[in-house]
Design a protein around this ligand. Sequence first.
Ligand SMILES: [Zn+2]
Ligand SMILES: [Zn+2]
Length: 269
Amino acid sequence: MGLKMDLHIHSTCSDGTMTPVELVRKYYQEEYGLIALTDHDGVDGVKTAQIAGEALGISVISGIELGTELPDGPELHILGYYIDIENPELNETLAELRRTRAERNRKLLEVLRSMGYELTEEDLKQRPDQVYVGKPNFALALQKKGYVKSPEEAFAPGKFLESPEAKAVRRERITAERAIGLINGAGGIASLAHPMKIKGIGEKGSEEFCRRLEEIVKQLKKAGLKGLECFHPSATHEEGIALVKLAEKYKLHVTEGSDYHGPEFEPHQ
Ligand SMILES: [Zn+2]
Ligand SMILES: [Zn+2]
């Protein structure tokens, strides 16, 4: 078994472009020994990934990435590892998140239609069996209908999905504390995802950013956070080292992940 690991991977069960089984095969072929499937707000792909992993001889950790926020603003992504995917409380919350996401999508469609972009719910699906619909799917639908040339254009400042009207449509998120509580309640380990991507706490890497990040880590540690994703494509090598020091200071596990979304993944916000 290989020694390489990747603890942050998305499949078609959220916004990735490869199925859980395709991912396990790919990582196995690249000689990884340990991976975690961490789909947004769902665990639907975990079981099949683990079965495929067992067959091939690569360890697949059950995982999730929960979209959360702090009461005073910043949006935080919380990764959960080794969770019991059958945990009732976790599954109730995931069902609730699916409902609020569907609601947000309906409202966003209305807003886009009122702006003259005729999209239907069907346009938002790239695959017939697709369950998860996020903003990248809106961007792809706008492209398919010829309203934008690329999905990136759909996220251009002030336009389309970034227009004030579209931005006013907000999805209710759970708090980071609640997410950590849910993960711990399901027997898992919670880790703060890609700290360098946190928005609204000052310019990335600035003194203010570092101070506010540390405050967040301190607050979440009290809520039961056990890890910090120090190595992620959003962090430079130096930033990764600084994050390891922060993890050490608060006695947190150092976690690492690529946030892989598949080969043809379209960028998203
Ligand atoms: Zn994330
Ligand atoms: Zn992710």
